[in-house]
Ligand binder design. Structure first.
Ligand code: ADP
Ligand code: MG
Length: 590
């Protein structure tokens, strides 16, 4: 309930529109009564022979036509205005909500996304907001107009004939009860269909994503079997839903028709006996018929609110997930060129785990890095290299010890300030679905085309970009031109060059590249590292050689630190890794 209340707050800025829409809606409802009333007048004063002389009847008819046509035109115009204003309120409110959610998406800590599937977050921002939007648009006003409709209609019926009203009014109530009886089972059936559909989609999506594996291992038949295992339950749940839906409608309609027939025959008898005019009988039946709409609306209202409440709960649960911890009174970092004797980066007794209950991923890390020093991080896969460097821009917070930049705990710094000094080239960089130039410009806002070109040149990316179908304007990413890992890394290096970072973090691509591409990346990296403090997760011998110090990680601990020759001589993990990883087994064996 509280989240529903919070959700409705998004409508407040648009309350004037909402009120205007409400007025229009009420007038539209009122105009709907013109037609049944005109029917009555038509029968009693125009068609009925007792209505007066012919001239009088013709002039009554003319008036009738004028009134009906103008009411219909006014109703239509007001209806249009109402739809426009409702749409405006609900779309704007939903857009505001989406804006807040999107902002939150990028304020949440990385750890949030480790635990959640992307699909879940997307569904909150997209589907749940849409479900809630129904509430913004119509529900509230629908309730009010329907209540008005019920009051006016019942009043009119009781006024025209209390006896017939006593017989007629229970009919829409019985209709609503019949609908409500099926409500819960129908909703359950609907949920089953949604769940089963989700299960089918999951298998389909997986098997398309893994289409290469399916081919290579010849698993197409097994994949099909798995798919059909999920399709069959969907078939039966959809049949159940269809039958139930039809049965529901049929039963309610039967009750409505039966009730109306009783009212019709009683009303006709009253007209014959002369206690009611023929026009009143027709008016009665038409107005009674108008009550079935509100009756089913009230039944649906409950389900609509339940859906909106579920959506609102998920939306605000997401909103309430705490954002990245930001220092309340951040210490400014010293200016970049200020002379400093504190280390550029230091780790003091750093321990880290991803999950509070999980294993230690890093343990007792102590390391001081001078300004301008290049550190190569080496270690088996899963030893914690990527994790270690992620702590510097504070993608994660340490669970023990501290990470210091220029002697200041990163937790005391402004996140934007800290990150503005750093460029991170990940192992497999992500390219956005836009042009190559825009992807490079991602490194820094508002740089000129020349600067983009310069960065691409320095990153050894210019030549291959020029060779793309549309050069720098080529679309890349999801639906664009496919680039190799090496090419993506060179674009990421160009991004980093534009940033002109003080501190560089580079997670080298592990996937084997052709030697030409490898050489180009090497050159670009060397250029980028010039005069900067750098951490490089090294998979290439040339990077290791260029480093000032090599730090060897094993199961989250630093086991060796030193230069290449020293470490080879000491014959520890590095020597072993080195001989395996860099294919030097034969060269180093006697
Ligand atoms: P490396 O880069 O040296 O291969 P990582 O730093 O990626 O190693 O991983 C170190 C350990 O932390 C591994 O055991 C890995 O399974 C675990 N790990 C890495 N990322 C996450 C994460 N986002 N959530 C939970 N565990 C993780
Ligand atoms: Mg890694």
């Amino acid at each position: 309930m509280r989240s529903l209340h919070r959700a409705l707050r998004y409508v407040i800025p648009y309350w004037r529109w909402q009120v205007a829409a409400l007025l229009c809606a009420l007038l539209v409802t009122a105009s709907e009564f013109v037609w049944p009333w005109m029917n009555k007048v038509l029968i009693d004063q125009v068609l009925w022979p007792g209505g007066g002389d012919a001239a009088h009847r013709v002039s009554a008819l003319n008036l009738l036509v004028v009134v009906t046509v103008s009411a219909m035109i006014a109703g239509t115009l007001l209806g249009l205005a109402r739809s426009y204003m409702f749409a405006r309120v609900s779309e704007r409110a939903a857009a505001d909500l989406r804006r807040d959610l999107f902002r939150h998406v990028h304020a949440l800590p990385m750890a949030f996304y480790d635990r959640r599937k992307t699909g879940g977050v997307m569904s909150v921002v997209q589907n749940d907001v849409e479900a809630l939007q129904g509430l913004y648009a119509a529900t509230l006003v629908e309730v009010l107009t329907n209540i008005l409709m019920v009051f006016v209609a019942s009043g009119l019926l009781i006024w025209r004939s209390p006896t017939l009203a006593a017989i007629g009014l229970p009919v829409p109530v019985a209709f609503a009860v019949a609908l409500a009886l099926f409500g819960r089972p129908l909703r359950n059936a609907g949920r089953r269909v949604r769940d089963d559909t989700g299960a089918v989609q999951e298998v389909l999506q997986e098997s398309i994503a893994g289409v290469r594996e399916v081919r290579i291992f010849g698993r197409a038949a097994a994949a099909l079997a798995r798919y059909m295992d999920r399709v069959m339950p969907l078939v039966s749940s959809r049949i159940r839903q269809a039958v139930m839906g039809t049965a529901n409608g049929a039963l309610a309609r039967l009750i409505a028709m039966g009730g109306m027939t009783v009212v019709l025959s009683v009303g006709a008898r009253m007209a014959i006996a002369g206690s009611m005019s023929a026009g009143d009988v027709v008016l009665f039946l038409t107005v009674l018929g108008m009550l079935f709409g509100p009756a089913s609306a009230f039944v649906n209202l409950y389900a609509g609110i339940a859906v909106a409440m579920g959506a609102a709960d998920r939306i605000f649960e997401f909103c309430d997930a705490p954002a990245e911890a930001q220092a309340s009174a951040p210490t400014p970092l010293p200016p970049r060129d200020a002379a400093q004797d504190t280390p550029a980066v230091s780790f003091t007794d750093v321990g880290f785990r991803y999950d509070a209950e999980g294993p230690d991923v890093l343990c007792g890390i102590n390391l001081e890095v001078r300004r301008g020093e290049v550190i190569a991080l080496v270690g088996p896969s899963g030893s914690g290299k990527t994790t270690l460097v992620s702590l510097i821009p504070r993608l994660y917070d340490v669970t023990a010890g501290a990470v210091l930049v220029h002697g200041l705990d990163v937790r005391s710094l402004d996140l934007m300030d800290l990150r503005s000094r750093i460029a991170f080239v990940p192992q497999e960089p992500y390219l956005f679905g836009t042009t190559v130039a825009e992807n490079i410009r991602f490194g820094k806002d508002g740089v000129s085309d020349d600067e983009v070109l310069g960065a691409a040149r320095a990153a050894n990316a210019h030549a291959f970009i020029e060779a793309l179908p549309e050069g720098y304007a080529t679309q890349v990413g999801e639906r664009g031109t496919r680039l190799s890992v090496g090419q993506k890394q060179r674009i990421a290096i160009a991004r980093a060059i534009l940033r002109d970072p003080e501190l560089l973090i580079l997670d080298e691509a592990t996937s084997a590249q052709d030697s030409e591409s490898e050489r180009l990346v090497q050159e670009a990296v060397a250029r980028l590292m010039q005069g900067r403090t750098a951490f490089v997760i090294a998979h290439r011998l040339s990077t290791v050689h260029r480093a000032d110090r090599i730090v060897v990680l094993d199961s989250g601990r630093i086991t060796e630190i030193g230069r290449h020759e020293e470490l080879v001589r000491s014959n520890g993990l590095y020597a072993r890794l080195h001989s395996m990883q860099f294919g030097m087994a034969r060269a180093t064996s006697p």
